[in-house]
Design a binder for this molecule. Structure first.
Ligand code: SF4
Ligand code: SF4
Length: 163
């Protein structure tokens, strides 16, 4: 077995001054290096189009939802987070969701609802901050889900280019 002999420290080393100086030099160097952290929440993340934030419903320019209440998203959702109740409409699309709810506590942001929707009516937005004070607050109805198409252009474009 090799014998490791402890090195005797000089008087100067015993004062810890060289180590303190080394530490201070290292700290000073770091101060002038580019910063990789950001002051969240004041400075928000620049979200890429591929980000899967909370799912939302597309609101057309005529102020109506694109959804035709086919229920596919609800059936495919692995977390059973979506509830759709269809009703008839005089519009060309014939059906619309009278009730459309997503339980955001259950949602795992998998994006399957978006993938399966035949109408590009439900998409993953760039909203990643979700705060609830109760279970009821986490159930998002049409009032919170419907987002104007213009605001979702980035994601819609990304979907069209990557399908
Ligand atoms: S993102 Fe996934 S878990 Fe969330 S509602 Fe859509 S299918 Fe369900
Ligand atoms: S969001 Fe799409 S998949 Fe879901 S019910 Fe509406 S049209 Fe069908």
């Amino acid at each position: 077995m090799p014998i490791i002999k402890e090195k005797d420290l000089t008087f100067f080393e015993k004062t810890y001054i060289p180590q303190i100086v080394k530490g201070m030099i290292l700290t000073l160097k770091q101060i002038f290096r580019p910063k990789f952290t950001r002051q969240y929440p004041e400075i928000k993340m620049e979200t890429p189009a591929s980000l899967r934030g909370r799912p939302v419903l597309v609101l057309k320019e005529d102020n109506k939802e694109r959804c035709v209440a086919c229920g596919l998203c609800s059936r495919v959702c692995p977390a059973l987070a979506i509830e759709v109740q269809a009703n008839e409409t005089e519009d060309e699309k014939e059906r619309y969701p009278e009730k459309f709810e997503i339980n955001m506590v259950r949602c795992i942001f998998c994006g399957l609802c978006e993938e399966v929707c035949p109408e590009e009516a439900i998409v993953m937005s760039d909203e990643y901050e979700l705060v609830f004070e109760s279970q009821e607050d986490a159930i998002f109805g049409k009032d919170k889900l419907l987002i104007p198409e213009k605001k979702l252009e980035k994601r819609l474009k990304y979907l069209r280019e990557n399908r």
